[in-house]
Design a protein around this ligand. Structure first.
Ligand SMILES: C[S@@+](CC[C@H](N)C(=O)[O-])C[C@H]1O[C@@H](n2cnc3c(N)ncnc32)[C@H](O)[C@@H]1O
Length: 205
């Protein structure tokens, strides 16, 4: 059982996580016009907080995650709410075969920093998109390592926007832009620290 499996049931009871998804959904809407003609793929969806915000603005959303616990909570939410345009997938894009379907939009919230091989995952995101499809990645700006209090976690300490910009262009995207979608505030050793969350926009060439 992973750390995320254990945390899944309590995930949505944290109002900060709900607000974070709400802010990122708004930042996405400000950035691009969404339409019921479009299909979307969310990677590292967790309990689906972000996609639940956006569900009425897409025809179909595929939500993927590696955590069985997260996906169980998500499936229950889909079933209880009667949503018909969301489907779930247990998937590790680094090792599993890539789904055959292509999407108009791929998005991800606070998942990239958990993936060791960023270049490989960017290539997979590129493959998953239709021509001129849009990639949206929300994640932490470069931080000092204090964001994750669990020392056993092997994660990226956020990302430099300029470095990520270069990597995304090298993968075959253009129109790469960043905005700040949200700021996470956490008390670390009695002091409140701010962790900005960027939203990267990129278009498949
Ligand atoms: C910080 S949580 C964010 C969850 C959700 N996006 C949200 O904002 O509420 C990171 C999520 O990424 C998932 N994850 C971690 N490593 C992953 C990987 N290699 N591939 C896919 N998902 C992964 C975890 O299971 C977890 O659901």
């Amino acid at each position: 059982m992973t750390n995320f499996d254990e945390r899944a049931k309590a995930w949505d009871s944290d109002p900060k996580k709900v607000k974070r998804a709400f802010d990122v959904a708004n930042a996405i809407r400000e950035l691009i016009p969404l339409s019921r003609e479009m299909t979307a793929f969310e990677y590292g969806c967790g309990t689906g907080l972000l996609s639940f915000e956006l569900k009425d603005e897409f025809r179909q959303i595929t939500l993927a995650d590696t955590s069985q616990g997260m996906l169980e909570v998500l499936k229950e939410k889909i079933s209880v709410s009667g949503v018909t345009n969301m489907n779930t997938l247990r998937l590790d894009l680094i090792i599993d075969p890539i789904p055959a379907e292509k999407f108009n939009i791929t998005y991800s919230l606070l998942t990239l920093h958990h993936i060791h091989d960023v270049h490989s995952i960017l290539r997979k995101f590129h493959e998953l998109l239709l021509p001129h499809g849009i990639l949206l990645i929300a994640d932490l700006d470069k931080e000092d390592g204090s964001f994750h209090t669990d020392e056993t976690e092997d994660v990226h300490k956020g990302f430099s926007r300029s470095e990520l910009h270069t990597w995304v262009e090298e993968t075959g995207f253009e129109d790469v832009r960043f905005s700040t979608a949200h700021v996470i505030r956490k008390e670390i050793a009695g002091i409140e620290k701010e962790f900005p969350v960027f939203l990267l926009h990129a278009k498949k060439v």
